[in-house]
Design a protein around this ligand. Structure first.
Ligand SMILES: [Zn+2]
Length: 253
């Protein structure tokens, strides 16, 4: 009965307890977590325990996921929302992890001609607006072991999840008030147009040209820069960098 009531109220099951030995192994492995101030580490450990309790982590293909790997995945997904709050990971319940890049079949119907196109994509991550988050284990590990400015698959996919929280994947996550929303849209629209203009003219844009695909990808790609090279982002897209720092909190140095 109690459990049933809790479910109805949308309250979660209690967080998983992470023992000290596992947590210390995790800190050895994940530099970004190890370098956090003590109280932030406590917060991260709490978030990771909640993540492990309320998200199913499924291994796809022949990937083996032991407890340490599950904890690493939970921590990686919680780091981007450490400042925002754990509730920002609401609205989805499953993380699917492939050993490496995974193939997906795409289909699209042209609204004018009714022509159906289908093609295959190789992906390192994918976020469905209300469905699972999908990641490539090899790429999660590569982002830890060989950090590269502008590349962070987990931050990218979590940005899509945050973007989808208001029901629209449009490059604007829920923001506290109309003024912040106006400032966000002005900064992002201007920067998106500039990056698109560079790509259209065959010039090298200041960030990964994938950002020019659509406003939601622009938000996800600039999020990758925020978490991997915030000082570069401040230099090339200062208004976007400021909005992201207000939203996610200041990025680690
Ligand atoms: Zn994306």
């Amino acid at each position: 009965m109690k459990r049933w009531l809790r479910r109805l109220g949308g309250l979660r099951t209690s967080p998983l307890r992470i023992d000290d030995a596992s947590w210390h192994r995790l800190l050895q492995r994940v530099t970004g977590a190890r370098e956090l101030p003590q109280e932030q580490q406590v917060r991260l450990r709490d978030f990771a325990g909640r993540f492990l309790a309320d998200k199913a982590i499924s291994a796809a293909a022949d990937l083996e996921l032991d407890d340490d790997r599950r904890l690493l995945l939970a921590v990686s997904c919680c780091l981007p929302v450490l400042h925002l709050g754990y509730d920002w990971l609401d609205g989805w319940h499953e993380l699917i992890v492939y050993p490496g890049e995974f193939g997906v079949r795409r289909r699209d119907i042209d609204e004018d001609t009714g022509v159906l196109s289908e093609w295959d994509d190789e992906l390192v991550g994918e976020a469905w607006d209300r469905g699972p988050l999908i990641l490539s284990w090899a790429d999660v590990v590569a982002d830890l072991d060989e950090p590269t400015a502008g590349y962070h698959v987990v931050a990218h996919e979590i940005a899509h999840k945050l973007d989808a929280l208001d029901g629209h994947m449009d490059g604007t996550p829920p923001l506290p008030d109309a003024a912040r929303r106006r400032a966000w849209i002005a900064a992002f629209q201007h920067a998106y147009d500039a990056v698109r203009a560079d790509v259209d003219a065959g010039r090298e844009p200041v960030i990964d040209p994938y950002a020019a695909e659509a406003p939601d990808e622009f938000f996800a790609v600039t999020t990758e820069y925020h978490f991997t090279d915030a000082s570069y982002l401040r230099e090339v897209l200062p208004d976007v960098a400021r909005e992201l720092a207000l939203f996610y909190g200041e990025a680690p140095a």
